[in-house]
Each structure stands twice: as C-alpha cells, then as structure tokens.
Design a protein around this ligand. Structure first.
Ligand SMILES: Nc1ncnc2c1ncn2[C@@H]1O[C@H](COP(=O)(O)OP(=O)(O)OP(=O)(O)O)[C@@H](O)[C@H]1O
Length: 256
C-alpha cells in the first residue's frame, strides 16, 4: 500500500504546531499516532488545545507547522487526500451541529454526502443511503424518531443523532469534541457506552476530548494529557498518576 504508516496507525501527526492568526499558539510540536481499534481520550484544562488538536486531525484547522499523514493516503495538505481522509473520518460535536428544523433522518443522511458529488447531493439521495441512515438510527436506538424534527429531541437524543450521522459515513476514525459536556451523568454514561460499543464492533479508532477524568478512566484505553498545547502524558489509564494530573490541570486541585 502506498503511503502506509508503520504499525497500526491510522493517522499520524508529525511535529505539528498551530498558531491562530492573532498570535495564540494552541499546539506546539505535537507528534502523535492514532491507532486502529483504539478508544483514546484527550484531557486538559480549558484552553489546553483539545479542540484544536481534534480539528487539526481533519484539517478543519490546518497546522501552521508540521504534517498530518493519513495511513494509505498521505499528507492532508493535498486536497484530494484530505477529501478521502474526511470521507472516512466521522466528527461529533458538543453542540451536535444538527439542522434543528430537519428530521433525525435528514440529519443522519448528511453523513452520506461525502460519498456524492456536490451536484448529486442536491437531489434526493439513493435508497441505499436512506437504508444506511435508518440502520444507523436503529443502532443508536432512535429508529422511532426518524421523522421527528431534531428541535423536539432531548440533549442526549440529539447527541445520538450526531453519532448516527457520523456512523452513516462508515468511518474508520471518529473524532468527538466534548460529546458529553452538556449532558447529565446518566445520559453521559449512555453516550459513552454507545460510542465505545459501536467503535469496538466496527473497528473504528476514536479520539474524544473530555473534561471528566473519571469517564476517561472508565471507558478509554489510552489517555493523552495536554497542557498549554503540549503532550504531558500519553499512556493507559492505569499509568495516569496524580502528579500527571497535577501537571495537566496545573491550576486545579486534583481529587483522585
Ligand atoms: N478560532 C480561534 N481563533 C483564535 N484563537 C483560538 C481559536 N480557537 C481556539 N483558540 C485559542 O487556542 C487555544 C486553545 O483552544 P482550544 O479551543 O483548542 O482549547 P480546548 O482545550 O479545547 O478548550 P475548551 O476545553 O475550553 O474547549 C486557546 O488559547 C484559545 O483561546
């Protein structure tokens, strides 16, 4: 295979830095591989660079230095490679980013657009796409809400529609930016269980950003700790000790 990364990596960041136009550096010299089949989390204080890291992995925020390489595809600075990488990368957002007046099904169908040209996507999508979207709604337990406008769904249900939309892309990589931040603990556990189960069943690599250390420990098999745009810790939950947390959450008291 051309442009294959070593080992199990699906995407690799090499010496990546991101500086925003007004001069804030959000990431500094990040080198990181995300591996197939892993369910990883990035932890860090507000402003540590978690969202920027996730967005850089699909070039919603291109690096100002360094490269992002997708396995089997190559450097994301090439527009064609980026298009292929985005097609196989699902994105889940804290605020769902759904079209509120559209039904759950219409929103999930958006996940199929990456498989069609711009002009084709202006027409109703083929039946096969409708079937895939309905399957995805079924997997997140919302088949009975397929025709319900999203604006009458609960926060947890909206997040499940967001997961179904990402899933409809048939992704190999899932990026989830604070997927449980606006949910109560019971709904948050449901969403984490759902994400973990689906990613495991479909062999999807996942990188989530979270604020809740206890959720990261319970569900994830790899923790990446960021502080001030740099990686402070990268390892399994069992290796994360209080001194790492003190470094990640520099201004906060840590309760273990
Ligand atoms: N669009 C932007 N333009 C300018 N600066 C930005 C932009 N987005 C983020 N930043 C800055 O980059 C730094 C990292 O922000 P980022 O959103 O990646 O952190 P975060 O860890 O995700 O924070 P939070 O947990 O609050 O979402 C911060 O200093 C932030 O102010």
């Amino acid at each position: 295979m051309q442009n294959a990364l070593s080992g199990a990596a699906i995407v690799e960041l090499e010496n990546v830095s991101v500086t925003y136009p007004h001069g804030v550096t959000a990431l500094t010299s990040i080198s990181l591989q995300l591996n197939r089949g892993e369910f990883a989390v990035v932890l860090g204080m507000s402003g540590a660079g978690k969202s920027t890291l996730l967005r850089t992995i699909n070039y919603l925020r291109p690096p100002t230095q360094g490269t992002v390489i997708a396995d089997g595809l190559g450097d994301l600075s090439n527009p064609q490679i980026l298009r292929s990488h985005r097609q196989r990368t699902g994105m889940i957002f804290q605020q769902h980013q759904l079209i509120e007046r559209h039904s759950a099904l219409q929103n999930v169908l958006m996940g199929r657009l990456a498989y069609h040209s711009f002009w084709r996507s202006l027409l109703p999508l083929p039946q096969i796409d409708q079937r895939i979207a309905l399957d995805c709604l079924e997997r997140v337990g919302l088949i009975d809400k397929a025709l319900t406008p999203v604006n009458v769904l609960s926060g947890g249900q909206k997040q499940r529609v967001g997961i179904a939309r990402a899933l409809a892309q048939k992704p190999q990589l899932m990026l989830a930016d604070e997927p449980i931040a606006s949910l109560d603990p019971a709904s948050a556990h449901k969403i984490m269980t759902l994400l973990q189960t689906i990613c495991q069943a479909d062999g999807i690599a996942a990188l989530l950003s979270l604020h809740q250390i206890e959720f990261a420990r319970e569900y994830c098999d790899r923790i990446i700790g960021l502080a001030h745009g740099q990686i402070i810790f990268d390892g399994p939950p069992a290796a994360l000790e209080s001194h790492h947390l003190a470094e990640i959450y520099t201004d906060q008291t840590i309760v273990m």
